[in-house]
Design a protein around this ligand. Structure first.
Ligand SMILES: [Zn+2]
Ligand SMILES: [Zn+2]
Length: 189
């Protein structure tokens, strides 16, 4: 698991470049910032939705809601429904998974919608994009495919046969921190 963020491997973690100079939550400068598009729920009940770059401390402690939560929370609900948990366990797990999601910056960059694989009632850890062709073949041929749930690969994901995806970051790899099972997602523009 990552040292800075539990669900992003340190080698896959990217700090924002200096276009942004201060944390949009605490206004600190000179700290590493991470991509986080979302809103901050302020104590007076108002919402600051002008959030794009946030420091690690704020991501892990402040009441932030990622912009993709509405859609991704449905993926979480569908996953939990499939586990056939009791209603009490369902609610506790829903809160746990939402918290994990809210406390993780938006890496990888999902081009269509947030779709971090779920396994063993936890978020999985983003381990990186394929570094080269060999790794891309390895990931897409060995990891379990995830598309809102464990899903069948389409025949066009035979990248040896149909050629490489256009974007270098269309493929993202993940690992379950509990059982070590490896997953991948494929989203393109
Ligand atoms: Zn901050
Ligand atoms: Zn697992």
């Amino acid at each position: 698991m990552g040292q800075i963020f539990e669900f992003i491997a340190d080698a896959a973690l990217e700090v924002l470049d200096d276009y942004y100079t201060e944390c949009h939550v605490c206004n600190s400068t000179g700290v590493d910032l991470y991509t986080y598009q979302g809103k901050l729920m302020l104590e007076d009940g108002t919402v600051d939705d002008d959030i794009y770059a946030v420091c690690a401390d704020c991501i892990k402690t402040q009441p932030l809601i990622p912009s993709g939560e509405w859609a991704y929370s449905q993926t979480i609900r569908d996953y939990l429904t499939a586990q056939q948990t009791t209603p009490q366990a369902y609610d506790a797990l829903l809160q746990k998974l939402l918290k994990q999601y809210r406390q993780t910056p938006q890496l990888p960059l999902f081009l269509q919608y947030d779709d971090r694989p779920l396994c063993c009632n936890t978020l999985t850890e983003f381990t990186g994009y394929p570094a080269d062709e060999k790794e891309l073949f390895h990931i897409t041929e060995n990891n379990t495919y995830w598309e809102k749930q464990v899903a069948e690969k389409s025949e066009y994901m035979d990248f040896r046969k149909y050629g490489l995806p256009e974007g270098e970051r269309d493929i993202a790899a993940f690992r379950c921190p509990a059982c070590n099972k490896a997953y991948f997602t494929f989203q393109f523009t």
